[in-house]
Structure formats: C-alpha cells, structure tokens
Design a binder for this molecule. Structure first.
Ligand code: KMT
Ligand code: NI
Length: 184
C-alpha cells in the first residue's frame, strides 16, 4: 500500500503533508481501498496492467494531466477535487508521473491521507467519502480507469442517504466480503 497517515486538523495549505506529531500511520485497505504497484515507464505495453484491466473489467481509460499549464480551468477543478464527495462507482487512478494525495474518511470520521506517486494504481470503493489534492510539486499525470462507460459525477457530502453509501458502510462490517481478484 502507498504510505498513508492520519492528518492533523491544522488549517492552511492543503498541499502540505499535514502529518501528526508523532506520525500516525494508517491502513486504508481496511476501508476497502485497493492498491497495486506497477512500472509506469512501460504503461503503454505493460502486460501486468493489461491483466488487471482484464480481471477487473476496467474497459475504459483516459489520461489526465493536472498542472496549471495543461488542465483547463485548473483552479476550479482543484477546488472540486478537494470537496469531500463520493461516487456511485469505484474511483480508479494509475499515477503515471508526479504525485498527489487522496484523502479518505476513516471509520471514525478522521481524514487519512494517502500519498500516491508514480507507479501507484489505487482504487477507492464506491460510496467512500474522499477528496484529492496536488502536493507542493503541483503536478500529477494519471490514467483514469473505469469499468464500463465512465460516470464521473461527484456527490458532495452529505450523501448519506444514497444506496451506495449505505452499501459501502455495510461492507465495512463484513471483512472478507470485499474481494478483488488480484495479485497482491
Ligand atoms: C479526481 O477525480 O479526483 C481526479 O481525477 C483527480 C485526481 S487523479 C490523480
Ligand atoms: Ni472522486
């Protein structure tokens, strides 16, 4: 798993690490987050990526480059990414270059910060509250994967009455029920 830690609640620049002192490591796999480490230098021909896409049914993919010179409406999009939200489907991102932070809500409603870097393929389960930010390097390039026709719609919190939210919460009660057939 990528490095993850519980965040402090200090106001200020979202791009800073916001680690507690002392550092408090976290285990996002307990929240249904999945993870693979791949070789991003060969993403165009990587058989391991092909295998994951086939096994998981990730038929759709595109590439997003988040940098002030490459992303239209950069500031506005960054703001949207950092609003606490959920989706009806898994959010699947493969970091091809650069880095950033996915924050996910723990079972006790604290923020867990997951540092993703080149080669990290991460999936956030449908119904989990989360957000994304660049770090102080201000650049990430990521492959967006999706099982079937992509639906990007984000529902900002509160979205507690959604079926997908209730199902997600129920899935946390049944460890072992969340299975992804993979090679970790
Ligand atoms: C999202 O949906 O939050 C994004 O696509 C931005 C993060 S991709 C590393
Ligand atoms: Ni999202």
């Amino acid at each position: 798993m990528a490095e993850a830690w519980y965040m402090d609640s200090v106001e200020g620049d979202q791009r800073r690490p916001h680690r507690l002192t002392p550092d408090q490591p976290a285990a996002p796999q307990e929240l249904g987050v999945f993870y693979w480490k791949l070789n991003a230098d060969i993403y165009e021909t990587d058989p391991e990526l092909e295998r994951i896409r086939k096994d998981q049914g990730y038929s759709y993919m595109d590439i997003i480059s988040i940098h002030k010179d490459t992303l239209p409406n950069y500031e506005e999009k960054l703001k949207m990414f950092f609003e606490e939200h959920l989706h009806l489907d898994d959010e699947i991102r493969y970091i091809l270059d650069g880095q950033g932070y996915f924050d996910v809500r723990s079972k006790d409603e604290r923020w867990i910060r997951i540092a993703v870097t080149k080669g990290d393929l991460i999936t956030l389960p449908a119904g989990i509250y989360h957000r994304f930010t660049l770090d102080e390097t201000n650049y990430v390039k990521a492959m967006r994967l999706f099982a079937g026709e992509p639906v990007w719609k984000a529902y900002n919190r509160p979205a507690d009455d959604f079926d997908v939210r209730q199902k997600y919460l129920a899935s946390l009660q049944e460890p072992g029920e969340r299975t992804v057939s993979c090679l970790r």
